[in-house]
Design a protein around this ligand. Sequence first.
Ligand SMILES: [Fe+2]
Ligand SMILES: [Fe+2]
Length: 213
Amino acid sequence: MSDVKEPEAPTEDPEKSRAKFKAMIDGTKEDWTHIVTHAMKFNKGLADRVLGHLRLLDGDFGGFPVDRLQHSLQTATRAYRDGRDEEYVVCALLHDIGDTLGSYNHPDVAAAILKPFVSEKNHWMVTHHGVFQGYYFFDYIGLDKNLRDNFKDHPWYEYTAQFCHLYDQMAFDPDYESEPLEFFEPMVQRLFAVPKNSLYKAALDKNEAEAGE
Ligand SMILES: [Fe+2]
Ligand SMILES: [Fe+2]
């Protein structure tokens, strides 16, 4: 039996389950039991929050032939229909979710959201897809279309080039019949249910186990 106090179930009155400290230096084990209990509950809503943010791309054309949500759905649908696994398909769905807040580094936003839940390979692909996608248009905007060649010797160069070639740069067809967002929702829910890696994973796992005892 662990000597760590079990987290208390959240009370109906949020006032009663708040930490008492005014500065963290004064925090206690009890304070942090309240906070971790809330975090565990809040974290379960992550997939819904991600999906809600993805919906912000709806109707945002940015001069493209399809809006950014349709582009995301089309990228994911093409990957799905090509037999890619669920983690890959969710990466395809979310690869441009950073367009709303990361105007100058949108791949970094998607990569940060996905990082705890995906392989290093898929994380690298999402992080670098902007440079690889540039192969198809950078020369039209005064940039070097071969910028991706800086990664020529990287083991995931081809993997990322394929993502852009087969799915991302292909996903601007207004006549393509994509699956709706609802089709992908269960996949997003499953992927975001349990982090593979996170600074907080050990603490959350411990509390999850104790809560289930
Ligand atoms: Fe992108
Ligand atoms: Fe894209």
